[in-house]
Design a protein around this ligand. Structure first.
Ligand code: HEM
Length: 230
């Protein structure tokens, strides 16, 4: 007798493989909270700009961490595992005609979304380091450049946030479409770490050891500190 519902509820835990490790999940939700904080703190007045900059340093540390985790992290977090060529990505898109493919980890489009987010976040933080409101607040590297260049980078800092918002809107829409069209729940695995549905045969992904993530985070924090010393 099959006691599972179509979305996998009722399935035994071992049938739902672990796909996201703790560092990747912590990275995802901390980054989401920090981007929301960066938006809020930039609109709360001058008194909050100091915390806006601290939040930005935390985002910079997360970017450096995710870059390193893409090489030394768990199987599903590695760039080599989920990045595909444009042709491979197009093959994936076409495969939807036969129904949603069962992919555990990032699908090729999601892989490109990761890269787009990392690039946009790097532009956001990179320009923020030089930005100024011409009144009370200036990024820590603002003194290294002239005022025209600083104004230009501040403008990019504001425009790029709209690009970041667009990426977030596409990302959330894709998650909702997966749910509505294919019945795939992508949110629960990013919280629990396990696939939402059973898999047959069960695939066991290789997970990195916790101390590797602690070391990667520590080195990322050091990298942020070094950048601020320029
Ligand atoms: C993911 C990281 C960041 C996000 C999402 C973000 C977002 C924003 C947003 C939405 C604004 C307001 C733009 C507007 O007034 O329309 C802003 C302003 C500003 N940000 Fe950031 N920011 C980030 C990182 C940083 C960093 C790292 C610094 C410097 C250390 C920084 C320094 C500034 C400054 C100085 C302004 C004021 C510009 C002005 O009011 O003319 N930001 N930021």
């Amino acid at each position: 007798m099959n006691d599972k519902t179509p979305d996998g509820r009722g399935a035994k835990e071992h049938e739902r493989p672990r796909i996201w490790d703790v560092p990747t999940r912590a990275f995802h939700w901390t980054l989401a909270a920090l981007v929301a904080w960066e938006w809020a703190s930039s609109h709360l007045g001058h008194g909050f700009m100091r915390y806006h900059m601290w939040g930005g340093y935390a985002v910079l540390t997360l970017i450096l961490f995710r870059l390193s985790w893409g090489f030394v992290g768990s199987h599903t977090a590695r760039f080599a595992q989920f990045l595909r060529s444009p042709r491979g990505t197009w093959e994936y898109v076409k495969s939807w005609r036969r129904g949603a493919p069962d992919i555990h980890g990032h699908n090729p489009l999601g892989g490109w979304a990761v890269i787009a987010f990392l690039v946009s976040l790097t532009v956001q933080v990179g320009t923020g380091l030089f930005a100024t409101d011409d009144v009370l607040t200036a990024g820590p590297l603002n003194a290294l450049i002239g005022s025209r260049m600083a104004d230009w980078l501040t403008t990019i800092h504001k425009w790029n946030f709209d690009i970041l918002l667009t990426l977030i809107a596409i990302h959330v829409s894709a998650v909702i479409l997966h749910r509505v069209i294919a019945g795939h729940d992508l949110v629960r695995p990013m919280i629990t770490g396990r696939a939402a549905r059973p898999m047959s045969p069960v695939v066991h992904h290789a997970f990195a050891r916790p101390w590797v993530s602690v070391l990667a985070l520590a080195l990322s924090g050091l990298g942020t500190w070094l950048i601020l010393q320029i």
